[in-house]
Each structure stands twice: as structure tokens, then as C-alpha cells.
Design a protein around this ligand. Structure first.
Ligand SMILES: [Zn+2]
Length: 433
């Protein structure tokens, strides 16, 4: 089970360098499992026992399974996670020609840990909008899948204090090298994308690339590491690990409860977007289902929500043995010690004593160990989509996640047994009406 799940996770992480790719891979998995697409722009006709999914902006996804014999009035079992990760994004006019090198201007997306981006074999992936020969706008995903860029470090000889003092200026220090042009060639990034797109998908009729959302990613494949393979090392474990495990849990659930998985983009930049967790995606899906499957009234809608529960899954900070004083002494989760319940008195996490007790009981029923995290009282606390879902819908919410190291690095680390604990807990949650 562990090996199977972790190998699947590693394949997913590699196939999903961007939120667009993550959603495309999840959609393929859902279709394989019999889930049907619902178009936000069309009328819906869902039936009890049906399995469906909705995509917005190609980067956010809601997938749900309606129970055969359990009415919506008994509420939803909802798991939420996010599809995006901090990264470097290519600017709209990215070409820089300096000292004979073509470099790319990049913006930092989210709270990226920048040091690990140096000296990596980097590739490019994302979404491209182009116009075809009939003057129609089209879009396609793109993934170069080879090392096409690199950000070399400055040698220690040119900065003797680097190990004590180097800081990173995102504007000056991060543009990656792309190539050394020959002759008078002036490479144009949109033309490079058009060529790549034609190579990747020869059936596409690409006249001209107009716009794009492209990010850089590390070519190093996800891997099980450690002498006993205790760890999983990869980019984007925050939060594709949660997306993957939650999706597999949804597919493994027994169908007795109405269950829903929501994976949204833009969490790393605050979620306040049309496709983000502060946007109307989840509420609009729930309202439309209430309209189709119940009487559509506010009364039944609020009653459904009051019977529902949201488990917001996002990675937690494990206690790092080299930096143990960054944790509260009684709240230092260990990798492979089980999922972490996240608490914050100031409600940066949505966990309440009621929601944590409910989740703790679920985990006890299936033998899953749980740990607790509270940030040190003299430090600020991160947040998740949990409080957003709770605020928007008024649903009882618990914030959990597997403990990790190096969150927001280009290569993060999680425990290879925690994925199984999480899968067991979420499958049980999805199976209990
Ligand atoms: Zn996260």
C-alpha cells in the first residue's frame, strides 16, 4: 500500500509542474474512475449516486460523489487543498540580452525560499493562449520536460562572506540563463513557445502565441530518500501531496456519504481570486446541487451546511532537529508520526475543539496517530484555506496536514509513511455519512 501510494504520488508530482497540469492529471484520473465533467456554463442534471467534477480556470477543481441512499440534507464530507506552489514565473516581456546571454525576467510567485533555486537544472511549463489560422483564440498546456534554464550561483571567490551574509535581490539575481544566441538572432519568447507547442502537439494549428502563464521548475525527479526510504523529496509537496492523497481517498471511499474534494489555485498569494478559495467556486457548486437535488431554498442550503464538515489539508512544519528552537517544545510534529492537527487561538487555522475532537475520533476508529501543531507564542502563524472555507460557508472546519521540512523550497521533504496515515484517515472521513 505505502509503496503503491508513494510511487503514484511521485508520478503525480512529476507530471504536475504547474496547477494547470495538476488539474489536468486529476481530471484524467477522475474520468478513468467514471467521473463526468460538468461545465459551469451549461445546465446540470446530477443524479443520486452520480460522480462529477467541475473545473475553473484550468487550475481549480471540485470533484464530488453523490451517495446512493443518503440525502443531501445529511450534509457533505468535504476535503480542501490547494494546487499552487511558490515558484518563479516568467514576466510578460521576459527577454533580457546581457553580455551575450539571453535571460528571462521572472517574478517570484508566493513565499518562495529562493536560495535552493540556484544551480538547478530548470525547465519551463504552464499555459499558453494562441490564435489559430482561423483567427480563433485557443489555449494549451506546455511542458518543455528538459533542462532549458539555469540560475548559476556567484562563486565564493567573488563574495567571501557569502556563507554569512548573502541575501537575494529578486529583480537582479534571479533571471535564469536560457541560451547564447548566435549571429544577430534576437530570440523572442513567444516564438520559442510557439515552436515548442508545435513540437509537443503537432496537431495544433498555432499561428501566434499571444499570452502565457509559464513558470520554472526543477528537473530533478521526486524520489524516496534516506537509508530506509523514510522520506519523500520533491518540489510542490506543499500542497500536491494533499491533493493527490485526498483524490485517492475520494476514489477509495465507499459511497455512503455525499463527499466532495475541492482543490483551488492561488492559495500561496492569498486565495482572493475567481478560482481561489475566497472566490465563489465551491459555494456555487453546492448551491447548484441544492437547486437540482433538493428544493433550492436558503433553508435547505443552510441546513445542509450545518450538517457538513470541511477538512482543510495543507502541510505542517515538522520539528527540524537542527533548528528545534523554532518550535514550541510541546508541539513539534515528527515526520512519519502521523497527520498534524493545526491550532491557532487567533484563527489563522479554522480548527475548533469540536472539529478537532471529531477528526481525532475518526482517526482513533482507524488507528491513525495524530500530532498537534501550535506556532511558538513569539512567532507569527501561517494560514490555509481552512479559515476561508469556514468564513464563506459557515461549515465546521478542521485544519490538518502531514509534517514536512523545507516548506516552499524547490525541494521539500515529507515522511513516506505519513501519506498512508493521511489516506486512511481521509478515506474513513469520506465514508461516514
Ligand atoms: Zn500550502
Amino acid at each position: 500500500m505505502a509503496l503503491h501510494l508513494n510511487q503514484g504520488l511521485c508520478r503525480f508530482l512529476q507530471a504536475a509542474p504547474t496547477p494547470f497540469h495538476a488539474v489536468a492529471v486529476m481530471v484524467a484520473r477522475l474520468q478513468e474512475a467514471g467521473y463526468q465533467p460538468l461545465d459551469e456554463a451549461a445546465a446540470w442534471a446530477p443524479v443520486p449516486g452520480g460522480r462529477y467534477y467541475v473545473v475553473r480556470n484550468q487550475s481549480s477543481l471540485v470533484a464530488f460523489r453523490l451517495a446512493d441512499n443518503t440525502a443531501l440534507s445529511s450534509g457533505w464530507r468535504i476535503v480542501g487543498a490547494h494546487t499552487d506552489s511558490p515558484c518563479l514565473k516568467v514576466k510578460p516581456q521576459p527577454e533580457l540580452l546581457r553580455h551575450g546571454y539571453v535571460q528571462l525576467g521572472v517574478e517570484v510567485y508566493g513565499g518562495a525560499l529562493l536560495n535552493p533555486w540556484f544551480d538547478r537544472d530548470l525547465s519551463l511549463a504552464g499555459r499558453v493562449h494562441y490564435v489559430d489560422s482561423a483567427d480563433q483564440l485557443q489555449s494549451a498546456l506546455i511542458d518543455f520536460r528538459r533542462a532549458v534554464a539555469v540560475i548559476p550561483s556567484l562563486a565564493i571567490h567573488l563574495d567571501r562572506e557569502v556563507n554569512q551574509k548573502r541575501s537575494i535581490n529578486a529583480q537582479n539575481d534571479l533571471p535564469p540563463l536560457l541560451l547564447q544566441p548566435t549571429g544577430d538572432a534576437k530570440p523572442e519568447f513567444r516564438a520559442i513557445l510557439a515552436t515548442q507547442l508545435r513540437n509537443e502537439q503537432p496537431q495544433l494549428d498555432v499561428r501566434q502565441v499571444l499570452d502565457f502563464e509559464i513558470c520554472l521548475y526543477d528537473m530533478q525527479a521526486p524520489a524516496l530518500v534516506g537509508l530506509q526510504e523514510d522520506f519523500i523529496a520533491s518540489a510542490r509537496l506543499d500542497n500536491l501531496l494533499s491533493c493527490y492523497v485526498a483524490l485517492e481517498s475520494l476514489l477509495a471511499a465507499d459511497g455512503n456519504a455525499n463527499c466532495l474534494l475541492v482543490c483551488t489555485d492561488h492559495e500561496e498569494v492569498g486565495s482572493a481570486t475567481a478560482a481561489g478559495a475566497s472566490g465563489p467556486l465551491l459555494a456555487s457548486v453546492l448551491k447548484r446541487l441544492n437547486e437540482k437535488l433538493q428544493d433550492g431554498s436558503d433553508d435547505t442550503y443552510v441546513r445542509q451546511l450545518s450538517q457538513s464538515m470541511l477538512v482543510s489539508v495543507d502541510n505542517a512544519h515538522g520539528i527540524h532537529p537542527n533548528f528545534a528552537d523554532k518550535h514550541d517544545g510541546r508541539h513539534g510534529p515528527l515526520l512519519n508520526g502521523g497527520p498534524v492537527l493545526k491550532f491557532n487561538a487567533n484563527q489563522r487555522y479554522a480548527t475548533s475543539s469540536e472539529s478537532s475532537a471529531r477528526f481525532r475520533l475518526l482517526c482513533q476508529q482507524v488507528g491513525v496517530p495524530l500530532q498537534s501543531f501550535v506556532v511558538r507564542s513569539d512567532m507569527g502563524c501561517g494560514s490555509t484555506i481552512g479559515p476561508l472555507g469556514a468564513t464563506e460557508l459557515g461549515i465546521t472546519t478542521v485544519d490538518i496536514g502531514v509534517p514536512t521540512f523545507a516548506m516552499h523550497s524547490i525541494r521539500e521533504l515529507a515522511g513516506s509513511r505519513d501519506t498512508v496515515w493521511l489516506h486512511t484517515a481521509l478515506t474513513h472521513f469520506f465514508s461516514r455519512p
